[in-house]
Design a protein around this ligand. Structure first.
Ligand SMILES: NC(=O)c1ccc[n+]([C@@H]2O[C@H](COP(=O)([O-])OP(=O)(O)OC[C@H]3O[C@@H](n4cnc5c(N)ncnc54)[C@H](OP(=O)(O)O)[C@@H]3O)[C@@H](O)[C@H]2O)c1
Length: 332
């Protein structure tokens, strides 16, 4: 019963968004935001080999940003790098291996990145899986929670010093985390973060996206308390025509295949809010926002619960072996 209810709630949110997107198309559609070139910036984009991540990496590269694609498929990533270089004429696009379903791989990625002695101005936490069958990451975590959420929690924690060193007054570094409207129907039970009592792929995906929103808000409060020139925002790309849907109910895939061009956003359109959060001067120094269609909007009420944010943060530190720097501070 819980499984059916989680699925229905996720599909209801999806259907409502598709309707809004259709209305928007009828009224003229989405228009691309325009930004100045930023050739002195360096960005890491997770999952930049495909879908929204690929479009995000490409659009950043077009602005002259030095882009590092963090991905887990060497062959696909090298093809993505070549295509982006060709299309944007930016030669500063590269790939570094990072399997977000493995803490060892994430730690190795960070080591490899730091060996390059590059600054880091933008981290886009984009990679993700959706509604996969019940399976575990290399470290034994439920895959949605382990990869989508904990993988990015660990990656951001390990890259925070580079982001802090690279930010300056009036030119903050930025953490952009990709969540989803499904977070509105997510539930966060700290006693069952890994859905071990009753696995629902819909519920597990929504939970991982809810956790990412809370992580982003708590991170922003931490950065503010530390007085760093780093901001953290969370983005919702809308419903986008990508391979993310490969595990969903066949009826939804059929709709995607037949009506995707009309109802879904293209990957480029889906990437605009991430790019906006990564480079827009309007957002300079501003964090703790939930962004949809390049505008701030409200996330689910519970995401603003600071006590729950802190509890989730503390639990995530335990799970990933990261030192909890918020312990004993005003954020505790
Ligand atoms: N599409 C939508 O409608 C939609 C809506 C809301 C939110 N989102 C979010 O947007 C983000 C991007 O999704 P998308 O739609 O672009 O999906 P996608 O086309 O399937 O892209 C997902 C990316 O994540 C990468 N990835 C998966 N597992 C990984 C791992 N273990 N380590 C490193 N990278 C991994 C994939 O690489 P491989 O394929 O090589 O594994 C791929 O590059 C996700 O966080 C998703 O939840 C999407």
């Amino acid at each position: 019963m819980a499984r059916v209810s989680a699925a229905l709630r996720v599909y209801a949110v999806g259907a409502a968004l598709l309707l809004l997107q259709l209305l928007r198309r009828c009224r003229g559609g989405f228009s691309p935001p325009v930004f100045c070139r930023q050739p002195d910036r360096v960005a890491v984009v997770t999952g930049g080999t495909d879908g929204i991540g690929y479009s995000t990496a490409k659009q950043l590269a077009r602005l002259g940003v030095h882009v590092i694609i963090a991905g887990n498929n060497e062959e696909r990533a090298q093809q993505a790098v070549s295509r982006i270089k060709e299309e944007t004429l930016n030669t500063k696009v590269e790939f570094l291996y990072c399997n977000l379903a493995s803490m060892k791989s994430i730690r190795q990625f960070v080591k490899n990145f730091k060996m390059k002695r590059l600054p880091l101005h933008v981290l886009v936490n984009n990679a993700g899986v959706m509604m996969v069958p019940q399976r575990k990451t290399e470290d034994g975590f439920e895959e949605h929670f382990g990869l989508n959420y904990l993988g990015h929690f660990l990656l951001t924690s390990l890259l925070l010093d580079s982001l802090k060193e690279s930010g300056s007054p009036g030119r903050s570094s930025r953490v952009v985390t990709v969540s989803s409207a499904t977070h509105y129907v997510g539930e966060l039970n700290l006693e069952d973060l890994q859905s071990s009592s009753c696995y629902s792929p819909h519920g597990a995906y929504a939970r991982s996206k809810l956790a990412l929103v809370m992580f982003s808000y708590h991170l922003q409060r931490l950065l503010e308390a530390q007085g760093c020139h780093v901001t953290a925002n969370v983005v919702d790309p809308g419903v986008v025509n990508t391979d993310l849907y490969k595990h969903v109910f066949w009826g939804t895939r059929l709709v995607q295949r037949i009506l995707g061009w009309l109802l879904f956003k293209t990957p480029d359109e889906g990437a605009w809010t991430s790019v906006y959060a990564a480079v827009s001067p309007e957002l300079e120094g501003l964090g703790g926002r939930y962004l949809y269609n390049e505008k701030e909007t409200k996330s689910l009420e519970v995401t603003y619960d600071q006590k729950l944010q802190q509890q989730l943060w503390a639990r995530s530190c335990q799970m990933t072996g990261v030192t909890d720097v918020t312990r004993g501070t005003i954020l505790d």
